[in-house]
Each structure stands twice: as C-alpha cells, then as structure tokens.
Design a protein around this ligand. Structure first.
Ligand code: SF4
Ligand code: SF4
Length: 317
C-alpha cells in the first residue's frame, strides 16, 4: 500500500509521462486566497464582476465536493506544437492548440489516459469549472503571474492548464525560480489595442479582445473603431506575443498538434473569407469546437460578425 507521499510523487510522475511539462498537488485550503484576489480585481474594475460567473461558486467548492482533499494541477506547454503562420494575428494560439478543442489530438488522448490512470489507481478525480486554474498552478509552484495577468511557466505563457479535485490527501509543491517582470517593462500594456490592460496586473475583461470576439458577441466597444481591433477573429495574443519571455520561440517548428490533413483543412477554414461563406453546419461542427466553449453552437453567427469586421478592415487598408 502506497503512503500519500509516494502517491503524490506517483501522480506527479504519471502526469509527466502523459506529456505534461509540470504537475503539482495542493491542498484545497491553498486556494482560499483566491477570493481576496477576486475582490481586489473587482474593486479595481467593478464592471468585471458580471463576467466572473464563478465568483459565488468559488465559495461553494468545498460544499459541492465534500469528498475532495487536494487539487492536482498540470501544465501542458503548447509551444511544443507548431502554429500555422496564416492564423497569426487572427486566432489566439490557445484556441488552435488546446487539447480540449480537438479529441483527435495526441494531447487530448494523453489527457484521457492520465484520467484513466488516476481511476485505475483508485483515485477519484473530477475537474470543475469552479477551480481557478492559474492560481492553483502558481500555488503549486508551476510558474508565476506576469504583469499581463497570464500564467508563465519556464517556457513562457502559452500553456494549457488542467486541474482535478482528488479524494486523497496528497501534496506536491514545486520550487519555482522564475524571475518576475522587469520593473520598468510595460511592453504588454503598450501592445494592448483596446487598453484592456490598463495597469500592471490589471485588466478590464470587458475591453479584452478575447472577451469581445467571443462572449461579447463581436461588438466593437464604445470609443474604438473596427480598425482598432486589428485582425483578431477569435481571441488575442498581443500582450503575450510582445513579451520578452515569449520572444525566442519559433512557432514554425515543433510537433504537429494533429495530423497534417486536419491542420491544413482547418487552417483554410479558419480564414475570415471562409468563415463568412461557411454554412451554419460547418461552423457548428468544425469551427465552434475550436472556440473552447467560448462561443455556443447557437451563437455561431458571432464568428461571421468577427470575420466580416476583419475583412472590412483589411479591404480599407
Ligand atoms: S489579450 Fe489582447 S485585448 Fe486582452 S489584454 Fe491582452 S492585448 Fe489586451
Ligand atoms: S511584456 Fe514585460 S511587463 Fe509585460 S508580462 Fe512581459 S515582461 Fe512583464
């Protein structure tokens, strides 16, 4: 019978074996500071409260999962995959490369294998939308927050985080020696077209293009023009792409996220002119899954709104 120290190490090692770059395990109580963080964020940007749908749910975490004893959090570095150059500046890299957006990808299959491993080892594990992923990852020592609010691991900010509540009293903290942002750097803030990133560690989600192009229905916010939104159709990577801690990565090299035919067909389909002419059926079956639940199938017209704006802007240039 394994004791919990060995079990913690075994869970960690299994996660790495299934392709995660890092894994940590924290107690539920470790994330109690998240409420204070949310309160501080809402105090700075009061209108953001309406989009923190999990604000109230967070307090119910222990009540809703009374069996949960710890949180396993895993980080998958998306930079290990290639990203098509023709989608740069149009689609956020997360949407193209996150395992959950493509069940045929090896990353998705590995995630399922890890879940099967947990189950085979009698570990009850459940993911929950109530879990603050970035905070859990920082508490587990997988990385730090930078001034653009993103989680950074040792290879920059392009990570997919996955967390599970488990029914075992485990703990596995990593030593994180990543240096914080340079005091005078504000490249990310300067790169933000809509000034959503209005101060270090402070972002107005209502003005963020990742929100505007998805949950926000594609509507250009007051005080901005279509041209201000650049060529983003879904998501925005500006404040990550400009960051010196992401600079030395070449997205044209690395592993294929999925097989070649899949990627080339998708690359074609995700161009603005093809989104605009695609049927609802094609958008719902092939494009909506790439929005990682940020756009509901019944709202697929949001994609056309975003694509039409991008085409208008490119024609006027
Ligand atoms: S994702 Fe884009 S819009 Fe949002 S804060 Fe970063 S740069 Fe600004
Ligand atoms: S661009 Fe500069 S300030 Fe912004 S996250 Fe990167 S290092 Fe930090």
């Amino acid at each position: 019978m394994l004791n919990n120290i060995n079990l913690s190490a075994q869970i960690h090692d299994a996660a790495l074996q299934f392709g995660y770059e890092s894994c940590g395990i924290i107690k539920l109580s470790d994330i109690s500071g998240y409420r204070k963080y949310l309160d501080e964020r809402i105090a700075k940007i009061p209108e953001s409260k309406k989009i923190y749908g999990f604000y109230d749910a967070f307090d119910k975490l222990e009540a809703n999962y009374p069996w949960a004893k710890a949180i396993v959090v895993c980080a998958l570095w998306l930079g290990k995959y290639k990203f098509p150059a023709s989608l740069e500046g149009k689609w956020g890299k997360y949407f193209i490369l996150a395992p959950v957006t493509e069940p045929k990808s090896d990353a998705y299959k590995n995630m399922k294998l890890f879940e099967a491993w947990l189950s085979e080892n009698n570990i009850k594990a459940e993911s929950s939308p109530m879990l603050p992923l970035r905070h859990a990852a920082v508490y587990a020592g997988l990385g730090i927050f930078r001034k653009n609010n993103f989680f950074y691991g040792k290879n920059g900010s392009f990570y997919d985080l996955k967390a599970y509540l488990i029914d075992k009293e485990c703990e596995y903290k990593n030593n994180c020696d990543i240096k914080p942002c340079a005091e005078n750097c504000k490249l990310c803030q300067d790169a933000c077209r809509t000034r959503a990133l209005c101060a270090p560690y402070t972002m107005n989600p209502m003005l963020c293009l990742s929100f505007i192009t998805t949950f926000g229905g594609g509507a250009v916010p007051d005080g901005f023009t279509e041209a201000d939104m650049g060529s983003w159709i879904c998501g925005c990577d500006d404040c990550q792409d400009v960051c010196p801690h992401n600079q030395d990565h070449d997205w044209s090299s690395g592993e294929d996220f999925c097989d070649y035919n899949y990627v080339s067909e998708l690359e074609e389909l995700l161009q603005p002119e093809n989104i605009l002419s695609a049927s609802d059926e094609t958008l719902i079956n092939k494009v909506i899954p790439k929005t990682a639940q940020h756009i509901k199938p019944e709202d697929c017209n949001i994609l056309r709104v975003d694509a039409a704006r991008v085409l208008r802007v490119s024609k006027s240039n």
